[in-house]
Every structure is written in structure tokens, then in C-alpha cells.
Design a protein around this ligand. Sequence first.
Ligand SMILES: Cc1cc2nc3c(=O)[nH]c(=O)nc-3n(C[C@H](O)[C@H](O)[C@H](O)COP(=O)(O)OP(=O)(O)OC[C@H]3O[C@@H](n4cnc5c(N)ncnc54)[C@H](O)[C@@H]3O)c2cc1C
Length: 389
Amino acid sequence: MELSASAQERALRSEVAAFLEEHKSTFDDVPRELAARLKHLRAWQKTCYDAGFVGRSWPTDVGGRGAPAGEQVLVDEEFAIAGAPPFASVIGLSVLGPALVEFATPDQKARYLPPVLAADEIWCQGFSEPEAGSDLGSLRTVAVEDGDYYVVNGQKTWTSWAQFADWCGLLARTDAEAPKHKGISMLIVDMRLPGVTVRPVEQISGHAEFCEVFFHNVRVPKSQLLGAPGQGWSIAMHAFGHERGTSALRAQIRLSSAFDHLVGAVRERLATDIDPARMAEVECTLAKSLIDIEVLRQHTFRMVGGALNGKEVGAESSTVKLLRNRTEQNLYVRAMDLLSTSLAADDKPEAALAWYDSYLQSRPVSVFGGTEQVQRNIIANRILNLPKS
Ligand SMILES: Cc1cc2nc3c(=O)[nH]c(=O)nc-3n(C[C@H](O)[C@H](O)[C@H](O)COP(=O)(O)OP(=O)(O)OC[C@H]3O[C@@H](n4cnc5c(N)ncnc54)[C@H](O)[C@@H]3O)c2cc1C
């Protein structure tokens, strides 16, 4: 992707930098408690959206700015340099929003996409089930036609942020007779409908970032079908392409900010907690993460560059996902290693907890969006053309 700085791009960078200077906000300002965190990030996203920095490249008729996609990349980079916090609409912006842009009717786009950009409504992704994670095609949630409605019954699990979600992009079986991948459809489900029960699952961090979601005779109007009946699998693959691939653009920016934080934290502790005799080793450890991040960045740019030029985000997204996993997990393992002595005795518990939280949050990166083994299978079969056996 060509990112050479034209006069227009330089002007945009200055505009973003001025905005960030005026609205100083960093990771350190984000509350730890989940509901407070989401509230804070929603307000932050809204401020940024009003200023034209969210959905810049989305079509104007859905609330975007219709700008070339490279502009959003540039804006995101400036946010990273400033150490700005992420946005609240993780699934909406990076996973299901792009699917809505591609597959929704004009009425659905007008209804659902502007609130995604402004963080007025939060989405969750209702794909995985207790017996259908890697083997998603085996999902058992059913949506049976009844007049103008689908009646949904079943259970989803691992549904991130479901307790805060207004809408769910739900995969359900609408045709029991069709081959398993062809009988699945995607429904846009109002999370407040009677029969929807959300049960948050607390993790080792003490937060409940995902939930189990139960559907009991939930009546979903047929107008809430996304795409055609039986098109759910194609829509899910489109969403995965973005979840595994293009969302790495934001991830590498976040990791780059975290790396800068880490260097700062190491520098602060040099005199006290880190033995100067270990300096060469410390520098080497930091350099490894810097290289990881740069490699991830280049691969992500190459893939996003292809997408900007109309190439479908396909199997290549699995390579980016593997790189992202390694980069993120290694970074926080190294942070724990470098800072552990001082974190244990930290007189600023919030700062210490933030490192622990990030470390814990990095562990499931190699599971969500499809496990490492599944990504390797995709690379083996679809890129290297190796036999399935
Ligand atoms: C933090 C977190 C957030 C998540 N958020 C969401 C969400 O918002 N929405 C959603 O729908 N899902 C979400 N998921 C679910 C995630 O997509 C699944 O956990 C993942 O696809 C794996 O499925 P599973 O947990 O059922 O494991 P399984 O599929 O049971 O896999 C168990 C093990 O077997 C291996 N395995 C399975 N099949 C193969 C194979 N064919 N070849 C080689 N190895 C194989 C796997 O790699 C894994 O190691 C989330 C998961 C996590 C951890």
C-alpha cells in the first residue's frame, strides 16, 4: 500500500494531531471495571466520530465520510502515535459492520450502520456454540419460519460483550435438509427480545468479557435476515476475513502503543528494579518485540492494500492472524518478564493491574477468531494446496 505523504495527507495528519492535542485521552484514562470501561470508550468513540475520524472510509449513506480507505489507516496511525485508547464498537466496526456494508439491504444499512459508527449501539457476534467452535458448520441453533417471523431456539457461547449488546449477528440453521454449510442463515437479533437470556462468564482477570446466550422461542421478524436464506456461511467467512485480517490494522497500532509504554516503563525502572548489567539482554528482548510488530505491520499493510484494491480478504488473513497472535502474546510475556519484580511491589496498583490485564487478555488471542490449528489448516489447504489428510 502506498502511504507516501501527499500534501493532503500531511494536512490530515495535522488535523488529527490537533484534535488529539485538544482531546487528550490515553489508555491510562480508561477505567478498569468493564461497564465503566465501555461507557468511557463509547464516549471517546462518539467524540472521534463527530470529528470525522471513525468510519472515514465507509460510504456516506451509512454515516461514513466516503474517503479513500488509506485515510482511515493514516488517522489510525496518528491515534496510535498519540497513545489514544481504542474504540468501543469492536465487533461492530471490525467484524459485523463490514459484513453489513457488503450484504445488508439499503434500509438495513441506513438503520444499523450509523449507530455502529457513533457507538450508540453495540453489537455482538453470535457464532460459536458449545459443540460448534472450530467446526462452526455443526451449529445447532435453529430459526424456523412462522409467518413473518423466524422462531429461534438454541445456545451460543463465548459471545464477547453480549451483556452490553443491543444487536447480535446470529448464525442459525434455517434449512435442516440442506448440506450443513448451506442451511445456515444470519439474523440480526434484538438482544432485548423476550426469550433472550444472557449469562456473563467471569474470567481469571475477574472481568466477564464474554457470555453464554440462550434463545428460547425468540421471534425475529423476517426483515431482520441479513443477505439471502442460506447465505449465512458466506457472510460468516466474510466476517472472519475481517476479524482475522483487516482488524489487525487496529491491533498492530494498539501493540505499537503498548510497546512504547513498555519501553517507558522499563526506562522508569532502570535505576531501581532493573539491573544495569542486564541491559544488553533487556534491549535484545525489546528489539524482538519491535521486530515482531514491524513484521505484523508490513503483512497487515500488504493485505489491507490488496483489500483497498478490490481483492477479497481471503485465506491470507490466517497468516496475519498467526503473526498477530505471536506478536501480542510475546509482547506481554516479555513485559511480565521485564517488569515482574517492580509490578509485584508497585505502589501504583492500577498501572500494575493494567499490565496483568493485558497479559491475560493476550492469552486467548490464539483462540478467538479461530484457533491457531485452524488457521494452519486453512494455510495448508487453501494457500499451500496441501492435501487435507
Ligand atoms: C476470549 C474469547 C472471545 C470469543 N468471542 C467470541 C464471540 O464474540 N463470538 C463467537 O461466536 N465466538 C467467540 N469466541 C469463540 C472462538 O471463536 C472459539 O473458541 C474458537 O473458534 C474455538 O472453538 P472451541 O472453543 O469450541 O474449541 P474447539 O473447536 O473444541 O477446539 C479445541 C481444540 O481442538 C483443536 N481443533 C479443533 N478442530 C481442529 C482441526 N480440524 N484440526 C486441528 N485442530 C483442531 C483446536 O485448535 C483447539 O485446540 C471467543 C473465544 C474466546 C477465547
